[in-house]
Ligand binder design. Structure first.
Ligand code: GLC
Length: 257
């Protein structure tokens, strides 16, 4: 029976190249055997995922979710690839960028992220130069609350705040792919390290939190409980590998290097 593995990239797969190389070799083996469908689920843009496969040792995936779950890509992955239109159109119905921007107005110290991280479906800024970043994030959350049918706030690492369509996010994007491809929703394992991964853990019952995770994700792991989230003792890709072994996704010995 095939497993679906959906993993974040930065700080989850990346961070320790030696353990990533070992994990990538095991993924290659399981994918060649048809045992694993691998989804990379990230805040990066597609180009940066392709760059990561070429230069950072990221494993070749079966699908890529970019920009915090607002874009989904199927192979072949090229610089000219376009995200799945069905997903884009669904999100575009509920999201207006000018309205999203209005939720960020007048917050002292807020800095917009570079244009490449601000799209028609994602409005992102940094709050780490605000006098009190957590309080600034709370102000945005309070403003968005009455519009929760159309917008959501994702707060990560004490720095990044994303305003996304309510129907998006990594977890819901994976759910869409699972249905689109016909994967078994009970055999999905997700892995992450920060707040923008939280939606994956809320959406699916088998999670891996790596040892270097940020406090916001550790808190969520705590509240969901050990039956839903495996807290790896190891950091980065070694933690993902440990968790996949825990769930029986990567059984057998690691391939010789
Ligand atoms: C990635 C994205 C950034 C986002 C952050 C947290 O770093 O590039 O836009 O704010 O993830 O979701």
């Amino acid at each position: 029976m095939r497993w679906t593995v959906a993993s974040d990239v930065d700080g989850t797969l990346t961070g320790d190249r030696t353990s990533l190389d070992r994990l990538a070799a095991r993924f290659r083996q399981r994918r060649a055997a048809g045992d694993v469908y691998l989804i990379v689920s990230t805040g990066r843009r597609l180009e940066q995922v392709i760059g990561g496969i070429l230069e950072e040792g990221l494993p070749e995936p079966d699908a890529v979710i970019c920009q915090v779950g607002t874009e989904i890509y199927l192979p072949p992955f090229t610089k000219g690839s376009r995200p799945m239109e069905a997903w884009r159109a669904r999100l575009a119905e509920q999201y207006r960028r000018d309205e999203a921007l209005s939720f960020l107005a007048g917050i002292d110290g807020l800095v917009m992220q570079p244009d490449q991280y601000n799209t028609e479906l994602k409005t992102s800024c940094y709050l780490d130069e605000c006098p009190k970043p957590d309080e600034a994030a709370q102000v945005v959350r309070d403003r968005v609350r009455v519009h929760a049918d159309r917008y959501q706030v994702v707060w990560s690492s004490g720095r990044d705040l994303d305003l996304l369509p309510a129907a998006s996010g990594k977890g819901k994007a994976i759910r869409f792919l699972v249905e689109h491809v016909g994967l078994d929703p009970d055999r999905v394992v997700v892995a992450g390290d920060t707040g923008n991964d939280a939606s994956m853990f809320l959406e699916f019952g088998k999670g891996i939190v790596v040892a270097n995770a940020q406090p916001e994700l550790l808190e969520l792991a705590q509240s969901l409980g050990a039956h839903r989230v495996y807290r790896a003792g190891q950091r980065y890709a070694a933690g993902v590998e440990e968790g996949l072994e825990h769930y029986g996704v990567l059984d057998g010995a690691a391939p010789a290097r």
